[in-house]
Design a protein around this ligand. Structure first.
Ligand code: UT7
Length: 339
């Protein structure tokens, strides 16, 4: 029996207009452009204004992805949103808010795997198609971590930015998402967390005074975890689909830090110009990072039909995931209509 595949037939992204530059951060915490650029490669990131929530960014990215697929909202029969900064702490899910904003007539739910959220959501979407439970799935990665970082903590507030990216998956005979490997290790949960606000430690005045409602990170340990897990997961996903690093046209890692990307590049022995980076412009956008990067690459005309691409994420949890995808979309000038 012919295997049914899930192919990416649409891609889109959205960044809020407001730019938060390193110079802006210099006015908020004791830091400087030279330190931020040399340690992270980040020069600026985007920040949603007060009228915006994660679902607004997600809906705009999704509209663009649906349009680039040449479809309409009524064609979508499942929506999965990867996010760890939902509009509401408990419910409704961000996916339901996006469903209403776009007028979709389908089931919708969130997946929380922090910065790995998009790869996890892609696994859910691709599996639904491969198992014949869906034909067309909208997969979004969206986060607004600027709402959750402590702008008094210079080790974290310089890293994160807001954004959203989306893909449309559709059942296909030709290859699409060829393999996905996912992993988790909760013994590393303390390395990157928001201590207060959940059932373990509800937000109290004391905890808020201790600033426990904000992201806390042991940066060095997360760095070491990232440079270990990205090459390993990439090779595992490539092997699972019968490929090797040499076959890759592009490696699109989670955009957390340029030094992480450089180390991964060395460890995998892949050319610098095949490792995509836009971290300089957007910072770490968490679950949005990979689909934002994919859209950036696609709209710049550097992705060709037939290209093999690896999408590799890591993040809090700890979580990680790698997907190997055969690109099938023609250039944006033929297929997509990015604004
Ligand atoms: O999506 C997953 C999320 N996280 C990541 O991927 C983060 C991974 N980790 C990192 O990217 C890096 O660990 C950081 C960029 C967060 C930090 O870089 P680092 O080279 O590991 O610096 P460090 O934490 O070892 O700090 C070195 C020094 C310290 O000063 P002392 O103790 O040597 O005097 C820090 O206090 O740099 C200081 N520092 C800063 N200085 C100026 C920390 N943050 C800043 C800052 N500006 N923003």
């Amino acid at each position: 029996m012919t295997r049914r595949n899930a192919a990416i037939i649409g891609v889109g992204s959205y960044l809020p207009e407001r730019v938060l530059s390193n110079a802006d951060l210099e006015r908020m915490v004791e830091t400087n452009d030279e330190w931020i650029v040399s340690r992270t490669g980040i020069r600026e990131r985007r920040m949603g204004d007060e009228s915006m929530a994660t679902s607004d960014l997600a809906a705009r990215a999704a509209e663009r992805a649906i349009r680039s697929a040449g479809l309409s909202p009524s064609d979508i029969d499942l929506l999965v949103v990867g996010t760890s900064s939902p509009d509401h702490a408990l419910f409704p899910s961000t996916a339901c808010l996006v469903q209403a904003k776009l007028g979709l007539g389908c089931a919708a739910f969130d997946v929380n795997a922090a910065c790995t959220g998009f790869v996890y959501a892609l696994q859910v979407g691709a599996s639904a198609i491969e198992s014949l439970r869906a034909e067309t799935v909208l997969v979004i990665g969206a986060d607004m971590l600027t709402r959750h970082v402590d702008f008094k903590d210079r080790s974290t507030c310089i890293l994160f930015g807001d954004g959203a990216g989306a893909v449309v998956l559709r059942a296909a005979v030709e290859p699409g998402v060829e393999s996905i490997v996912l992993g988790s290790d909760g013994t590393g949960a303390d390395l990157l967390k928001v201590p207060a606000g959940g059932t373990a430690a509800p937000c109290t005045v004391e905890r808020i005074n201790e600033r426990q409602q904000y992201v806390q990170m042991q940066g060095n340990d997360v760095f070491k975890f990232a440079v270990r897990v990205i090459p390993k997961a990439t090779v595992q996903a490539l092997t699972a689909s019968g490929h090797s690093v040499e076959d890759l046209a592009w490696l699109i890692p989670h955009q957390a830090n340029q030094r992480i990307l450089n180390t991964v590049e060395e460890r995998l022995g892949i050319d610098h110009d095949r490792v995509f980076s836009n971290v300089e412009k957007v910072g770490n956008t968490s679950a949005a990072s990979i689909p934002l990067a994919l859209d950036d690459l696609y709209t710049s005309g550097r992705l060709q039909p037939g290209d093999l691409v690896a999408l590799v994420g890591f993040g809090a949890g700890l979580t990680w995931g790698a997907a190997v995808v055969r690109w099938t979309m023609t250039g944006p000038e033929q297929g997509g209509l990015p604004e």
